[in-house]
Design a protein around this ligand. Structure first.
Ligand code: SF4
Length: 365
């Protein structure tokens, strides 16, 4: 089983962000409430835990003690620490004590929200950390014994294109990360940027940035295994790969999403009602839906298009003409030469990776 844990707190709101999070200090009973939801939702675990992913929000704002309490409770619940235990971290929160608590809790990989190595860009984005704090956070986790340290960067920031973006990519690669994620800036409607009417750069410009980042990461020995993700062999995020492959996962915490068979469940994005239900031993308020088997199949299979190393199997009824057209346009290539071609037939090209949603739409919907 795979578990996602949502920590809904952030010290302040980034200018582009539309995710659910509260700009508040974490409640002291947050870890206890999480563990209460875990046993309510899952009951007696039928299998061991393969991976845990703690995201947010900002999980690192929990601090060492509450984090350790939550992490130990999750491992005790499943009877062992998961082979892969990932946590998202803001570089500004990292102290030697926090890094030591992560190591003690069995965390195997951390994803540092570096976003940029330019102070002016971090300030434009409303981030609260500095480039030096990112460098120092990498060192602290490595000293604590956590080797799989990843860095996240943002492409497509208005006013910080081309050479400025590549300065951040080079600086990130100079730290020899085990993993690198490069996300394209998405300006959410309810965000400060959305309200200010800030518009992203043209698609071509962003595509050029992604292609340049991809080439630089591959020259540095990282493999692009998913549209936005690069890793040294063996350092991929197995939790995310499983989700893109279409496997099940359970989510706990305010606004967390679960996919379990044909059930889709989203906890309401409201810390107050979530905490109050957990404290009383009740399932937190949520929206649930049983999707049709066709919808279930489409959702699970269409995300496999994102997997650039494994590739994807087109639907059995895919039109040969559509496949030929995508191949001739240079967006997908056949994996007929690969040993596992029987199960994984096509892979997106570098150009195809930049329009993956359109390719998935054409093939699966
Ligand atoms: S981008 Fe991340 S850190 Fe910033 S407000 Fe959103 S959830 Fe919090």
């Amino acid at each position: 089983m795979r578990l996602y844990v949502h920590v809904p707190y952030c010290v302040s709101k980034c200018a582009y962000c539309g995710f659910y999070s509260e700009a508040a200090v974490p409640s002291p009973d947050f870890a206890g409430n999480l563990l209460s939801e875990l046993s309510l939702r899952i009951g007696v675990p039928e299998s061991g835990i393969e991976s845990v992913y703690i995201g947010g929000g900002t999980p690192s704002v929990l601090g060492p003690d509450a984090f350790l309490r939550a992490a130990r409770g999750i491992c005790d619940f499943f009877g062992a620490a998961p082979p892969e235990f990932s946590v998202e971290v803001n570089p500004a929160d990292v102290t030697e004590r926090l890094a030591a608590a992560f190591a003690e809790a069995g965390v195997t990989r951390v994803s540092l929200g570096a976003q940029s190595f330019l102070s002016s860009e971090l300030s434009f984005l409303g981030r609260r950390h500095s480039p030096d704090e990112t460098v120092s956070a990498v060192e602290k986790f490595r000293s604590a014994g956590i080797e799989n340290v990843g860095l996240d960067l943002i492409a497509g920031v208005p006013g910080f294109g081309g050479e400025m973006f590549m300065l951040s990519v080079s600086r990130a690669l100079s730290l020899s990360p085990a993993h690198l994620s490069v996300y394209v800036l998405s300006i959410e409607k309810g965000s400060k940027f959305g309200r200010m009417g800030i518009v992203p750069p043209p698609d071509d410009e962003v595509m050029d940035q992604m292609i340049a980042a991809s080439s630089a990461a591959e020259r540095a020995g990282l493999v692009r295994y998913e549209i936005s993700n690069f890793a040294r062999p063996g350092c991929e995020c197995n939790y995310n790969v499983a989700v893109w492959r279409g496997e099940d996962y359970a989510g706990i915490g305010p606004s967390a999403f679960s996919r379990l068979g044909r059930l889709r469940r989203r906890n309401l994005p409201d810390v107050k009602s979530w905490s109050s239900a957990c404290r009383r031993g009740l399932p937190p308020p949520c929206e649930e839906e049983i999707v049709s088997s066709v919808e279930d199949w489409r959702e699970r299979r269409s995300t496999s298009v994102r997997l650039l190393r494994e590739g994807f199997v087109p639907p059995e009824n895919a039109s040969p003409a559509v496949l030929r057209n995508l191949e001739r346009s240079g967006l997908i290539r056949s994996r007929a030469d690969a040993q596992d071609s029987a199960s994984r037939a096509y892979v997106l090209t570098m150009r195809g990776a930049e329009v993956a949603d359109a390719v998935a739409e054409e093939l699966f919907f």
